[in-house]
Unconditional design. Structure first.
Ligand SMILES: Nc1ncnc2c1ncn2[C@@H]1O[C@H](COP(=O)(O)OP(=O)(O)OP(=O)(O)O)[C@@H](O)[C@H]1O
Length: 342
């Protein structure tokens, strides 16, 4: 295991910023800590970095206990939202800096800096200073600087937070590409679920200072364990079990404290539910056209908003406000989600 976290916990006064948390990260994994503001992502990351100490629990890097090792002994690269390049040094010297600190021979430094600048598609800016680069370019240089000395783990805290949407998407591809080529273990913090879905091998979804669910992106999307996971990642319809009927028109039975979740893309607006489908009777309220698709919104019997996502090439008949409709979906698309994590 590249990184092992055992029962790590941190309090500020009597506030649990991180409840006892355990986590294994294999070599080469791209793991994303995803969660809303205040869920404990940065608290966990700074303890892995050695920038703050846990109250209890342990951190192992490459099998060695690192819980109390100072940051400079941990062989960890870091990239933050503000690029923090040295303003007076050239781009080449910024990237070379960690290698100089480690007393790598001059020839090898030059060669590794050149390779790195090529990898981030910026070979032509070597002699400029940071202020002569755009925000996105500076962030690429910060990535190169964090990875050039081949650290054991690279930590990234909202590295694309300051960039606009298009640049963000480009940089996501760039970071993924760097990860694939260098095989570095990356722990990436974001509160953007699309970014987490696009980039990660696994997502560690955090909520209220604890891990809500730790799974591959598709798994967490298809099989969210809790209402929170279902609602934080992607669009979801969460309904009480008594308003979802099975093929014999009986309410679906679920365990105590659980509800039924179905993704809008699996919901069909039908006149008759198909055999083996789950279905629900609802009232049409609104439709929103997003270009390729239309989202239809309904009110369920218990006053929840439920939606269906329909391709515009596949539109159902006109619906009028207040019309009663049947929504239907394959029963295996119904996912039982817990109200709260035990
Ligand atoms: N030094 C501190 N003193 C007191 N409380 C703190 C301190 N650092 C963090 N906290 C609190 O701990 C909780 C978790 O903070 P943390 O920064 O880990 O959240 P986060 O998930 O990274 O959020 P964000 O996305 O906003 O950065 C927050 O409620 C925060 O206010």
């Amino acid at each position: 295991m590249k990184l092992k976290i055992e029962n790590l916990a941190k309090r500020y006064g009597n506030f649990d910023a991180l409840r006892p948390t355990s986590l294994d990260v294999p070599e080469g994994e791209f793991l994303t800590l995803l969660g809303p503001s205040g869920s404990g992502k940065t608290t966990l990351l700074t303890m892995i970095a050695g920038l703050s100490l846990p109250d209890s629990g342990d951190i192992y890097i490459d099998g060695k206990r690192a819980t109390k090792e100072p940051a400079f002994n941990r062989d960890i690269g870091m990239v933050f939202q503000n690029y923090a390049l040295f303003p007076h040094l050239s781009i080449a010297e910024n990237v070379a800096f960690p290698l100089r600190m480690r007393r790598i021979p001059e020839g090898e430094i030059r060669q590794r800096v050149t390779t790195m600048l090529e990898m981030i598609s910026l070979p032509h800016v070597a002699d400029r200073v940071p202020r002569e680069l755009s925000g996105g370019q500076q962030q690429r240089v910060a990535l190169a600087r964090a990875m050039v000395y081949r650290p054991s783990i690279v930590l990234m805290d909202e590295p694309l937070g300051a960039l606009d949407k298009n640049l963000r998407e480009q940089m996501q591809i760039e970071i993924k590409h760097l990860h694939k080529r260098l095989g570095t273990t990356i722990i990436y913090v974001t509160h953007d679920q699309e970014e987490a879905m696009a980039m990660s091998d696994r997502i560690c979804l955090m909520n209220g200072g604890g891990v809500e669910q730790l799974s591959e992106p598709q798994e967490i999307y298809n099989r969210p364990a809790t209402v929170f996971a279902a609602q934080f990642i992607g669009q979801s319809n969460v309904m009480s079990a008594n308003e979802v009927l099975d093929h014999s028109c009986s309410p679906v039975t679920v365990g105590h404290g659980t509800r039924i979740m179905v993704r809008p893309e699996h919901v069909r607006i039908v006149s008759e539910p198909r055999a083996l489908d789950h279905h629900s009777t609802v009232t049409f309220i609104e439709r929103i056209n997003t270009g390729p698709t239309t989202r239809y919104f309904f009110r369920s019997n218990s006053n929840q908003i439920v939606s269906a996502l329909v391709l515009n090439s596949d539109l159902p008949h006109e619906l009028v406000d207040g019309q009663t409709c049947t929504l239907s979906w394959p029963s295996d698309r119904s996912v039982e989600v817990r109200e709260i994590n035990p």
